[in-house]
Design a protein around this ligand. Sequence first.
Ligand code: ATP
Length: 359
Amino acid sequence: MARIELNNLAHRYAPGGEYALQPMQHVWEDGGAYALLGPSGCGKTTLLNIISGLVQPSEGQVLFDGVDVTHRSTEERNIGQVFQFPVVYDTMTVFQNLAFPLRNRKMAEDYVNRRVRQVAEMLSLTDVLDRRARNLTADAKQKISLGRGLVREDVSAVLFDEPLTVIDPHLKWQLRRKLREVHEQLNLTLVYVTHDQTEALTFADKVVVMLAGQVLQVGTPQELFERPAHTFVGYFIGSPGMNFMPCELSGNEALVDGERIAIDPATAAAASQNGGSLQLGIRPELVRLATEGESGLLLKVDQVEDLGEHQLVTGHFGSHQFHVRLDESEKINSDGLRLVFPVEHTLLYADEHLVGAGG
Ligand code: ATP
């Protein structure tokens, strides 16, 4: 397995044209599971193809374990790949398909046998090992593709390009979990492209959030939830995403339409140095109802949706739309709710960027 380093990496498809990838500097750890997440056109596939060697970057280097592989072919980089659509040999059995990458590298047959069975077991393919691939469903074929990508232990990394696109929605959940387990057992460096946040958050140790050719944040799912580094990350991760409201600073308080909201003093101090246009950000899940005697801010309620375990309240403060996610047991006054913004969850953004430590 390899540590992947992107050293001043950038890419333009045409000389002097727009950057498909803005210059970036990153180190992805050996054995980590990384998800590249972002909307269509943000550069995920370009970055994956640069790592695999399908695209030569116009600037910078790709290093595997400190070795510059920028000008090496895909084959020389020694990587496993899984694509959107199944790549299987229809006339071969499932066993033969899984064994192919190993036999191709002339591995000993008893090792091939052991390893194929191990991977088949992890992906629940054991029962169909002797079946011809052509007789199987599209879901099973894609599981074979996943297995073929994962079967070699001597690869530098395994790259996945939206591998669950063709999978039936009710099986996706199962397979996402499976991939997570497989990663824990096999200790491979994995890079996984998706535009689906649930897929990224279930699968990855670290999520790389991209927008318009830029990496906005590399963080654990928890970091992305608790401290999004950029307003887009806050908005993109979560359902619904983070609430943002333009504000001004007055000492250790943010003023939103004349209402005062307490801010962590260190954050307020950092924001006062910053001078950019400020927004207050808070997650719908991290706001709470004021208890009796507590003042709180009055949210005018527009809509309450019952989501089973939760209720999603959509309302507004002045002209700003705002979402709150509350437990099903909470009593909701449909005229208005008094809300408390816990100081530890109330974040400030200056010109879209998180203010304060770790931001
Ligand atoms: P999607 O999720 O739709 O696949 P993506 O995030 O993978 O999108 P890329 O396909 O990497 O994004 O595209 C990034 C940018 O580079 C886009 O503006 C796209 O139009 C451009 N681009 C991609 N491939 C090429 C190419 N072969 N030639 C020129 N421009 C390209």
